[in-house]
Design a protein around this ligand. Sequence first.
Ligand code: FES
Length: 149
Amino acid sequence: MSQPNEWEPEIIAFCCNYCAYAAADLAGSKRMQYSASVRIIHAPCTGKIEMEHILEAFVKGVDGILVAGCLEGGCHFLEGNLRARKRTDRIREMLEEIGVGGARLKMVNLSAAMAPTFVESVQEMVKTVKALGPSPLKETKQLESAGKI
Ligand code: FES
């Protein structure tokens, strides 16, 4: 489906409170530019981001989700990011199977100093989702809100 060039996907970046959020904050402090359509949501740890949180965001019309946590071995809750990796892999498969597109969900591991990688990951996510177009679930949500289904 082709979209007007000005279309900006709604992207959520779930950032763990430690390394990933610090990287995002550093990107802001350094005035590094990334799409304004990306909303950052603080999570204590990526291990605390449950499957329901991700699926609910998609059901509510988000076009793409980036889960950003600490580097492997660097999670402040030991294995939260490893659990999050397994969870996101599972959800990505599910999204692919139901035709939403697994590429709409991605996980990255960052240290607090990796602001450029945070920005690159976000921009890459925006590019990927722009190529995919709006989430099919968004359309369903809009029809539902308009009372058409
Ligand atoms: Fe960062 Fe667990 S505290 S991923």
